[in-house]
Design a binder for this molecule. Sequence first.
Ligand code: NAD
Length: 357
Amino acid sequence: MTQQVLVLPGDGIGPEITAEAVKVLEALNRSDNLDIVLSEDLVGGAAYDVHGVPLSDETMAKAQAADAVLLGAVGGYKWESLDISVRPEKGLLRLRSEMQLFANLRPAYLFPQLADASTLKPEIVAGLDILIVRELTGGIYFGQPRGIRTLENGERQGYNTYVYKESEIKRIAHVAFQAAMKRNKKLTSVDKANVLEVTELWREIVDVVAKEYPEVTVNHMYVDNAAMQLVFNPKQFDVMVTGNMFGDILSDEASMLTGSIGMLASASLDANNKGMYEPSHGSAPDIAGQNLANPLATILSAAMMLRYTLGREDLAVKIETAVSKVLDQGLRTGDICSAGMTQVSCSEMGDAVVAAL
Ligand code: NAD
C-alpha cells in the first residue's frame, strides 16, 4: 500500500540535510519495493516568510493526513526578534501537540568508527547504545498556571507548574517498556521523587506498569545521579524513560557521548506509532547554505521512520548498515572528521550512503 510522507525541510541547514534523506528514500523506492510518495511543504521561518505564521493550517492538515512526517530543523537569526507567538519553534510545537506526539525516542548510539570523536575516553563510550524515551507533551513545559507576576511588594516572580496525570505517565511507560522488550530488557526510570511529588507519582505508576512486563528489569534513578552516571558509566543504561524537562536535558547530554549532534536521529510518536522524524540538532545557521552539514542524523531519522511507522525494519537496517559502511570508508563531514579521514560535503555524504545501500 502506498504511504504518504510529508517532508518539512524548515530553515538553515534543514533543506540541505532533508534533501539527502529524500535521496536515500527515493533510492529505496526504486530498489526495494518501498512504496512511499514524498511531498514537501514549509515550516518555521520559511513558512513565516510566506504565510506570516510558522505553520499554516493547510500544512498542519497535510501533516495529519500523512503517514509520517520528516522534518529538518527550524529557526535562525533572521526570525529571532519576532513575537514569540510566530517564532519558528512554534511551528514545531504545533506539530507535536496537534499530532499528539507524546513519545520522543532519542537513540544515543555510537558507531564504533567514531569512538574517538567523543570527548570521553573511547573505553567509556565504545559500544554505547542507549535509547532515551522522553515524554513530550506534558510536564512543566505545558503545565498551567504559568507566567511572570508582580507580587504585593512590587517584586516580579516567574512561575511554572510541573504536572503529570496518571494516564500520561502510564502511556509513556508502556512505550518505554515495549522498547526495552525489543532491546536488552533493562529500563531506568529517571525522576526526582525525593523532592517533587509529581515524580513520586511517576515512580509509583512506572512500578504499576512494570508488572505487565515481568521480563524487564527496572530501576529508578534520581535525575542528578542520572546526569552523573551518563558521563561516568554510560554503558550501564539500555532504555531510559523520563519526563519532558529531564528528558530534554539528559538526551542532549547523552548526544554528546556519541561525538556529534550531527549523528543523532529522533522519533516522536503518537499512540498509533504514527510519527514525526527529525535530527536532534537545530538549524545550524552558522554553517547553513555551505553544503557542510552532516546529513546522517536526518538519514538515520528516515531509518527510524521506516522502523516505527512504515513497517519496514528491513530497510531501516539497510540504511543503518549503509551509514556504517560509509564510515568504514573513512568518509566524514567536518563535524566528525579526524586525522586520516576524508572530509566530504553534505551532498557527497548523501551520495555515498545511496551508493552503499
Ligand atoms: P544547533 O543544533 O543548530 O547548532 C549547534 C552547533 O552544532 C552549531 O555549531 C552547528 O553548526 C552544529 N551542528 C548542528 N547540526 C549539525 C550538523 N548536522 N552537521 C554539522 N554541524 C551541526 O543549535 P543552536 O545553534 O543552539 O540553534 C540554532 C537554531 O536552531 C536556533 O534558531 C534554534 O532555536 C534552532 N533549533 C531548532 C531545533 C529544531 O528544529 N528541532 C532544535 C534546536 C535548536
